[in-house]
Design a protein around this ligand. Structure first.
Ligand SMILES: *Cc1c(COP(=O)(O)O)cnc(C)c1O
Length: 398
């Protein structure tokens, strides 16, 4: 479909065309949903070929179908790499990377701001299998070098952290890792491949919860793990196959369909999110905003240097108020649903307490943290909804 072989397609064009093969399927634009367990071979020779390492065809539903490969091809093209593995959830993708890049006796460094269930994997499964974890300050930068031990094999990051939004200096971290032979993985769910390409900053493995912006409609669980190098890609694939991790055909289809419109959704959610964040920033109830695209945010300079956009997920820290006042704010909201997850078309709000999670750093803010996900609604309606919330908050204080 490329108009000219020399011209590098814009990511929006990649999103519209990657992974398509209409003429392999009667001209139908989208790849069909293959429901499969058994996949038959026409001859003994083909059967034997399928048993050889590196076989590129289809052998069994669990290890993927043409629907799975279309999704993987599309996401990997967005990131400009060749190795992607689709898996049944974002957390599954995190697990693939952690298990694929460590072995007994290894030491891993994990950012204190990572998605909480990633810590659970480190603190239970990895620990039980003899892999030690040290948590580090997400703002550590090249100071990471001092934490690297001879047995350190992996640095696990998420930037910005999807609860507290610190932006890590990934190029500084990967530079320190590279000279010591340490691999770096990142959870890139916040920025997606559209607004941040970690492979250009020295990262080895990227994971994304496709549940969020890729699928985009709050109806799919899906993850993807990507590697810049075929050996690492093979390790991710091997862990998925060995553990029996698989991605369901309808979900892969929906995730690929979501990917087609991700750019327009993200652009709108970025714009509305910023409008709301600017409005919140001026509210007397708000102690500070956690949003890297705001000029006053501590992570703004690095965000501006490394990222090309921001999604609709950010947080606000309120001045200390009694719990009933927070409940009054949240409970009457019309458009902000109270729920975990994010990346869908609808707005969400969620309270969180980083003090209960952190171990390498201290969370100093005294007031409650509320995380907001801004959907595709009209910004004026969302602001009015929040304004009513603040009115209820004050009424509860009276
Ligand atoms: C949601 C999320 C995950 C996990 O994805 P699931 O599909 O819910 O398993 C991983 N990382 C981040 C940053 C997330 O927000």
């Amino acid at each position: 479909m490329a108009a000219s072989k020399d011209r590098q397609a814009h990511p929006d064009t990649v999103l519209a065309h990657a992974g398509l093969d209409p003429h392999g399927n009667h001209g139908v634009v989208n790849p069909p949903v293959y429901h499969a367990s058994t996949i038959l071979k026409p001859s003994l020779a083909e059967w034997e070929a399928a048993e050889k390492p590196g076989y590129a065809g289809y052998s069994y539903g669990r290890s993927g179908t043409p629907t799975t490969r279309a999704f993987e091809a599309a996401v990997s093209q967005l990131y400009g790499v060749e190795n992607a593995v689709a898996i049944s959830s974002g957390l599954g993708a995190v697990a693939l990377a952690l298990l694929g890049l460590t072995k007994s006796g290894d030491h891993v460094l994990v950012s204190d701001s990572v998605y909480y269930p990633c810590r659970r994997i480190c603190n239970t499964i990895l620990k039980d299998f003899g892999v030690a974890t040290t948590y580090f300050d997400p703002l550590i930068g090249d100071g990471i070098a001092e934490l690297i031990r001879p047995e350190t094999t992996l640095i696990c990051t998420e930037s910005p952290g999807s609860l507290t939004f610190e932006v890590s200096d990934i190029p500084a971290i990967t530079a320190a890792a590279k000279t010591r032979g340490v691999k770096v993985m990142i959870d890139n769910t916040w920025a997606t491949g559209l607004y941040y390409n970690p492979f250009r900053h020295g990262v080895d493995v990227v994971v994304e919860a496709a549940t969020k912006y890729i699928a985009g409609h709050s109806d799919v669980m899906m993850g993807v793990a990507l590697a810049n190098d075929p050996v690492l890609g093979g390790r991710l694939r091997a862990v998925a196959n060995n553990l029996g991790y698989s991605a369901a055909p309808d979900d892969v289809y929906l995730a690929l369909r979501g990917l087609r419109t991700m750019s327009v959704r993200l652009a709108r959610q970025q714009e509305t999110g910023l409008e709301i964040a600017h409005w919140l920033e001026k509210r007397p109830e708000v102690a500070r905003m956690l949003h890297p695209a705001l000029a006053g945010d501590p992570g703004h300079a690095i965000w501006k240097r490394d990222f090309t956009g921001a999604c609709g997920l950010f947080a606000m820290v309120l001045h200390p108020v009694p719990h009933e006042a927070v409940a009054a704010f949240i409970d009457g909201l019309r458009y902000f649903g109270l729920g975990a997850s994010w990346g869908g078309y609808e707005s969400l709000i969620m309270p969180a307490d980083p003090r209960r999670i952190r171990t390498a750093t201290r969370w100093e803010d005294a007031g409650p943290l509320l995380r907001l996900h801004v959907g595709l609604e009209d910004p004026g309606d969302l602001i009015a909804d929040l304004e009513d919330g603040f009115r209820r908050l004050h009424a509860a204080l009276a």
